[in-house]
Design a protein around this ligand. Structure first.
Ligand code: THG
Length: 278
């Protein structure tokens, strides 16, 4: 199954058969005080630097999250999108819990983007899916709902199914729904990654949809995060992960190595091209 995203002139195809598409995670204020302070001053220089370094490290798309306490993201998200699109030609992933900010950004965006995200709560589906349909965007479906987050992979699969069924009812193509199995800190729960890995396997096998995850979430609170992220990444790819939100400066080599090992990189072209191997 193929999910197609577009920027001004480029098309990115996320294919369940691979190769893996990397959505750069770094435009996210959670761990970047400098991003908050520069954006508060109306200075987009640092956002653009983060975009460039991720694209240089072979990010195929960029996640854009400008949410922090006190921000007017209905204004800031579209402004950031305009800045990014006037400098870079990669499809964007709009990362906000605020449907009004998402809609404001969709009004100015060029091409076909990915909305991050909807979940299985009635309120979320009712707010986000009509917007995705209206603006022709693809959407990430988080496998949580009105009952919260379950640790049962079969229940996460059922939520994924509920979201895709609702989306299709509303006229969204099933290939435009990308499932997020929920990657959470393994320091807080020793089985967190196993539950995610099993959810990925089930969604891949039973629904055949493209799959993303916030891949760096798993290593919060631990040392040697990079190594842990790589271990989880390659196992996830083997199970059906196709478009992680991750740090390309640290993960691209491992992702391309995994694709090569899985027979999705003829003559090792993409692995050799990867900047971290030069
Ligand atoms: N699912 C979806 N969207 C998401 C998440 C998800 N968006 C936000 C988040 N989770 C994914 N984004 C990040 C961004 C940064 C980090 C973690 C998740 C992070 N970065 C480290 C840092 O900046 O210090 C570096 C990590 C590394 O060593 O590679 O912690 O789950 N749909």
């Amino acid at each position: 199954m193929k999910t197609i995203l577009r920027s001004k002139t480029k098309e990115v195809i996320i294919n369940t058969e691979g190769p893996v598409i990397i959505i750069g995670e770094s435009i996210n204020p959670t761990r970047r005080k400098k991003l908050v302070s520069t954006l508060q001053e109306g200075n987009f220089g640092y956002v653009l630097e983060l975009a460039k370094s991720q694209i240089d490290a072979m990010a195929d798309m960029l996640d854009v999250n400008v949410g922090f306490p006190g921000v007017d993201d209905v204004k800031l998200l579209p402004e950031t999108v305009i800045q990014l699109q006037s400098h870079f030609d990669v499809p964007l992933c709009l990362d906000s819990p605020n449907p009004k900010a998402i809609e404001a950004a969709l009004k100015v965006i060029v091409g076909k983007c990915l909305i991050n995200s909807v979940n299985g709560e009635e309120k979320s589906m009712n707010a986000i899916l009509p917007i995705a349909k209206e603006y022709g965007a693809a959407v990430i479906g988080l496998t949580m709902d009105d009952d919260g987050i379950t640790h049962d992979p079969y229940k996460r699969l059922a939520i994924a199914e509920k979201i895709v069924n609702r989306a299709v009812q509303m006229g969204i193509k099933e290939e435009d729904v990308i499932i997020d199995p929920l990657a959470m800190a393994v320091s807080a729960d020793p089985h967190a990654c196993l539950v995610t890995l099993e959810t990925i396997r089930l969604v891949h096998e039973k629904l055949g949809l493209n799959i993303t995850q916030g891949a760096s979430n798993i290593s919060f609170g631990l040392p040697a995060r990079e190594m842990l992220n790589i271990a989880h990444m390659v196992l996830s790819i083997k199970n059906g992960l196709t478009c992680p939100i991750a740090n390309p400066e640290k993960i691209t080599a491992a992702v391309r190595a995994a694709d090569l090992v899985l027979g999705r990189d003829d003559f090792a072209m993409r692995f050799i091209e990867c900047s971290q191997n030069k």
